[in-house]
Design a protein around this ligand. Sequence first.
Ligand SMILES: *Cc1c(COP(=O)(O)O)cnc(C)c1O
Length: 331
Amino acid sequence: MTTAFVTAADIETARDRIAARIRRTPLEPSPSLSALCGVPVALKCEHHQITGAFKLRGATNAVLSLPPEALARGVVTVSTGNHGRAIAHAAKAEGARAVVCMSRLVPMNKRDAIAALGAETRIAGRSQDEAEVEAERLARDDGLTLIPPFDAPEVVAGQGTLGLEIALAQPDLAVLLVPLSGGGLAAGVAAAVKARCPAVRVIGVSMERGAAMAASLAAGRPVAVEEQPTLADSLGGGIGMANRLTFAMCRALLDDVVLLTEAEISAGIRHAYSNEREIVEGAGAVGIAALLAGKVTPDGPTVAILSGRNIDMGLHRRVLDGADGLEEAVA
Ligand SMILES: *Cc1c(COP(=O)(O)O)cnc(C)c1O
């Protein structure tokens, strides 16, 4: 039984709403990971989504759900990068104003991509939570609609469309590996796949450094963790102390959460490139990394979601050259 607040029906509605604006991404078998794990392993290549990450699904669903008056005033958001880029793209497609608030931890390549899409950018504070205060102020003072990066039903339903594609392509799915930060992706995807593949185990994967959802699930309530630099920068940030949706959904729908070291994430990025010929960012590599590290032992057909590819290319090259983590890569 699931107690999801975003339902499979909401996700199907979202799929129809955003169908013309997003790419349906391929599910590619991985011979190397299948051999390693002894079960069929496939990669959901969502890093080939427009804007380079799945976030366009939730952002587009949220923007297209706005009443025309709200759309005319514009939208504001807070982001570790990819959600901001998705909002910038989705707002531009509707001719709407977009303002993206980010902390100083957001990598320059992601800030530049957002500005290039025509969105206004504001760098505010040292953490996602501090940037959020600025976004809330703009929503109040400028009449902009705040579209949160994960904790909103339209966003979760949009991310869930990714799970719907997986469930339709792989009905015998046994294990699904989902990168986990605020939990919008995990909540939506789990709601979608569990409605169609009730036996599936959905496993969230985060980095050891500042895994807010993992700490919150362990504590039984939202807790704050210190945000730290990590190769999986898109997984940084808290879940919000007043979390309304994703905490409860992740608690109900996730079967397990595993945490990875920076060296393990590095190995995932290297494997994606060398064995799969795919460029993925740290957050997008954690599913592969969890399998390589032996932290998940799959017992049937397995899918890992490659959630994004927006990594700084100099950093990517240094990881390929053997750097295990951010410190070694920038040293
Ligand atoms: C945002 C993001 C995640 C995590 O998604 P949540 O909904 O916050 O859990 C994972 N991977 C990438 C590439 C992202 O941009």
